[in-house]
Design a protein around this ligand. Structure first.
Ligand code: FAD
Length: 647
């Protein structure tokens, strides 16, 4: 058989031609492929609004959470911003239509930070009129909802932000906002989450060893009751690697004898976990592939680019004999290891923190979401046509990329700003008394060329972390049941983890309990480039994500699920019913890395210089806190609004 024929035959076995719910894109044009869209909205509707009609979001039936295919930074969301970055945009720009609209505040970015900024502003200025602009077809930013109808039932998954969870306790302002929205994470976790459900069925965690990395395809189920030697006995790892993994995981050895806890932490902050394992623990090099991707979910890079101190703070093995004391140490930089107070409460809504975004939208008086508590909102349909209603005090305008924000007059004395945005290829302007930029830091220098050069350089420093979060709908999960797994770490594979959807029952929403029922599976990929400094890995990852087609992701998903679950009876041709790939080339806010970044004194780190208020423009977003967490997005909104009010 010729190579092309072989590839075609393999694609047929994987089910690449199966009629599932997905959208493919050719040259930016949406094309429906097979099946029907899970919600009430046809894909074509999103792409073609008739000339002269209301914008797509104003029309009945508009419901982006139900769209499948390539989501996250979807086609149509980033091209205008990249044109501004790459070229001589203004020299060729068309006319700007003045909408004649004036607001008290314009917010750029409808993520958690932008929505929270609108909330905090209205708390200080009752009745303020606010416009929130976002380049995506949905609000929430990273807090993205993926919605499916599986077997006639609503199925939800987080397309981005997974849960309320932070290495710090939530601040008074972030916690206060949650309470205002009716979210009590501790009470909700006790009432709605069922973390023991999969364990009660005997489902465990597994590790998938792929033949390209480890020499043979093998799924090893991790039984916590066994020693590490027993757990790895059937794996394709060498005897030396198995022995040293057992030592790393279990032995209480002090690998840095004679040093104080502070001295040890300082040293660990300057070496990667990879170097720690190889050079300090003196482990066999065969252990590296086993641990390499363990940091992908939290940092977006492998253990070559994360400090040993950071992974210690997240409970990684190999430090149990070092007697490290919690809390900050000199030369630690801005690492999570500095938080001595313990982490926050945790709670996962079925759509992740998209529920927080939806509750914020309800709180902003858009009349788009019925109900009055946190629980009833989860399964409720949100009426997008209310979001930009002319009578609403707060308007949320989607698919609108802000291209310029400038003071009308001298920034030190101007009493208004002009905000110009692009929507469906046309430029529009509005005016406002103030503006909060709750968008990505690195975009701001292009939006506001009038900023001081030092501030622009500081804003450009951080490189956001690229990630792919994929929601895959399966006809049933009997293969997971027969293999005895609910979560799989796949250190050498295209997607480094996969897991059954979390079990949460909240309001009218119920998670599937029978392995014969349809379910959503989460798969995560990090396009890391081991060996490069962290920010260079992220830059390469951006390019990787934006140049990878949906077809490639689908083929990898099908192939990987078939290889991991096949012996449990899974058939990729028949068992996959829908795929949503949420791509986040600009994902987590950059958190400084003590391996590559200077140990800036407090007050002069790039995010602190970059977020300074400039005339009537204040800067929010989690980037401004250099912390990739929801509480940071809220805290930065609170600070930015306080700055506008001169507090
Ligand atoms: C995959 C993923 C998983 C995460 N999981 C967690 C978690 O479990 N717990 C947690 O606490 N945190 C998590 N985070 C981090 C958390 O999601 C973020 O810190 C927080 O949601 C960021 O909110 P934000 O409003 O600051 O930024 P964003 O959510 O990025 O919102 C900013 C918005 O501004 C828009 N924008 C940018 N430029 C323009 C422009 N020129 N014009 C108009 N709009 C513009 C962006 O497109 C975006 O929609 C996760 C992040 C990612 C990517």
């Amino acid at each position: 058989m010729q190579r092309d024929d072989r590839d075609a035959a393999r694609d047929r076995i994987l089910g690449m031609d199966a009629g599932i719910t997905r959208r493919d894109f050719l040259d930016g044009v949406a094309i429906a492929v097979g099946g029907t869209v899970a919600g009430g909205l046809l894909p074509e509707f999103m792409a073609t609004a008739p000339a002269g009609s209301a914008a797509p979001q104003d029309q009945p039936g508009y419901y982006p959470p139900a769209l499948t295919g390539l989501r996250g930074n979807h086609v149509g969301s980033f091209e205008a911003a990249h044109a501004l970055r790459d070229g001589d945009f203004w020299a060729h720009a068309g006319e700007i239509a003045d909408t004649g609209e004036t607001y008290d505040l314009v917010v750029v970015g409808a993520g958690i930070s932008g929505l929270a900024a609108a909330h905090f502003y209205r708390a200080k200025a009752d009745g303020a009129r606010i416009l929130i602009l976002d380049n995506h077809d949905d609000f929430g930013g990273h807090a993205k909802r993926n919605e499916f109808a599986l077997g006639g039932r609503l199925a939800l998954m987080n397309g981005g932000t997974f849960s309320i969870d932070s290495p710090r306790p939530y601040s008074a302002s972030a916690d206060g906002l949650l309470r205002t929205l009716g979210i009590d994470p501790v009470a909700l976790a006790a009432k709605c989450a069922d973390p023991d459900f999969y364990p009660s069925l005997g489902l465990k965690r597994g590790v998938f060893f792929d033949k390209e990395t480890f020499g043979a395809d093998q799924l090893v189920v991790i039984d916590a009751a066994q020693s590490w030697a027993q757990r790895l006995a059937g794996s394709p790892l060498s005897n030396a690697a198995q022995r040293d993994i057992a030592r790393i995981e279990e032995a209480p050895i002090d690998y840095l004898p004679g040093l104080t806890s502070e001295e040890k932490k300082s040293r660990l902050s300057r070496m990667s976990y990879r170097d720690y394992l190889l050079n300090v623990v003196k482990a066999d090099p065969g252990v590296i592939a086993f641990y390499q991707a363990r940091t992908h979910g939290e940092w977006g890079v492998g253990i070559d680019a994360v400090s040993a101190l950071d992974v210690w703070a997240f409970g990684f093995p190999g430090f149990q004999g070092l007697d490290l004391k919690p809390g900050a140490a000199p030369h630690m930089g801005y690492t999570a290891a500095g938080y001595a107070d313990g982490g926050s409460y945790t709670f996962h809504f079925p759509d992740g923190n998209a529920s927080i975004a939806r509750l914020l939208v309800r709180n902003l008086a858009t009349e788009s979401l019925p109900g009055d508590g946190a629980e009833d909102a989860v399964a409720a349909w949100l009426d997008y046509s209310r979001l930009d209603h002319p009578q609403a005090p707060v308007r949320i305008r989607l698919s609108s990329t802000v291209m310029r924000v400038r003071h009308i007059g001298d920034p030190t004395s101007a009493d208004a700003v002009e905000v110009t945005y692009m929507r469906e290829g046309e430029l529009y302007s509005v005016r406002a008394r103030s503006c909060v930029l709750a968008c990505y830091n690195m975009m701001i220098p292009y939006l506001c060329p009038e900023l001081p050069d030092q501030q622009k350089a500081a804003l450009e420093y951080a490189v956001k972390v690229p990630l792919i979060y994929t929601s895959v709908a399966l006809r049933n999960w009997s293969s997971f049941k027969s293999l005895g797994i609910a979560y799989v770490h796949a250190p050498g594979s295209y997607f480094s983890s996969l897991s059954l959807n979390q079990v949460v029952d909240i309001g009218g929403y119920h998670s599937p309990r029978s392995p014969d029922d349809p379910i959503l599976v989460h798969m995560m990929r990090t396009p890391a480039r081991p060996g490069l400094p962290e920010r260079d890995q992220h830059r390469a990852g951006h390019r990787d994500i934006l140049s990878t087609s949906f077809e490639t992701y689908e083929r990898e998903i099908r192939g990987q699920l078939g290889r991991i679950l096949g012996s449990g009876g899974f058939d990729p041709q028949h068992d996959i019913t829908a795929i949503t790939v949420n791509r986040w080339p600009h994902g987590y806010a950059y958190e400084y890395n003590p391996l590559f970044d200077p140990d800036w004194p407090q007050g002069v780190a790039p995010h602190e210089i970059g977020r300074a208020r400039f005339g009537r423009i204040a800067i929010a977003n989690s980037d401004a806190g250099a912390a990739a967490y929801t509480d940071s997005a809220i805290d930065q909104a609170y600070r930015a609004v306080a700055e506008l009010f001169g507090v």
